[in-house]
Design a protein around this ligand. Sequence first.
Ligand code: HPA
Length: 229
Amino acid sequence: MKRAIILGSGLDILSQESPLESIPYTEIPGWPLGKVKGHKGVLDKYKNIWVLRGRAHLYEGFTWEQACFPTQYLINQGIEELILTNAAGGIDPNYEIGDLMQITGYLNFMKPDKSRKLSRILQKPISYKTELVKNTHDDIRLHHGNYVGVHGPNYETHSEIALFKSMGASAVGMSTIPEIETAVKNNVKVTAISIITNVYGKTVDLGHEGVVQAAKNASEKLARLLCLN
Ligand code: HPA
C-alpha cells in the first residue's frame, strides 16, 4: 500500500530520519506555495510513507482547486491511502490540549469557490477506517468526532462555537476538507486526525504561535498512534 501523510501546522514526524528523497514544493510545477509559519514546504519520501510538510489554506488566498492540488498530485503518483492531520480547536468541553480526534464526519463552512461541484459521492457517509490507527496507548487520549471546517484565518467567536456545538461538531479547523473530498472522489482511502491545540472555554490566550507549539508537543503522540515512530 502506497501511503502519504499531510502534516498540519507545527506537526513534525519522522524528521530525525533521512528521507530517500526530499522535494521542495517550489520544484513541483503548479504546487500552491503556502506561507504559514510552522510549515517546511517539502515532500519527503521515506520507504514506507511519503510526508508532506505543510499545506496551502484557503485563508491565504488559495482557491479550492489549489488546496486540492497536493492531494491530486499524490493520487496521480499512485498513493492509495492518505492520512490527513491538522491543528484544530476543541469544541467538545471534555477535550484537552494535546488530545487527538479521529474525524468521523465533517461540516463544510469553508466557503468553497464556485467551481466546487457537489458530488453524489459526498451524500453518502465516508469510511475513514484504517488499519493504521490502533490506540493501544494508555497515555493517548483519542476521540472520534465531527470536524467543522471554516475559511479563517480568524478564530471563532463565542456564538459561532455555540452554534457549531449545537450542530454536533467537536473540533474546528481551517483545512483538510478539500483533501478529504479529493481523496474520496478518487476512491483513495482516507484517515484524518485533528490535534487539539486549544479548547474553547479553557484556552486563555489563543494565537497561531500557541497553536503551533501545542501541535509540536503532540507530534510524538501522533507518530505513535500511527506507528510511524
Ligand atoms: N479554530 C480554527 N482553526 C484552528 C483552531 C481554532 O480554534 N485551532 C487550530 N486551528
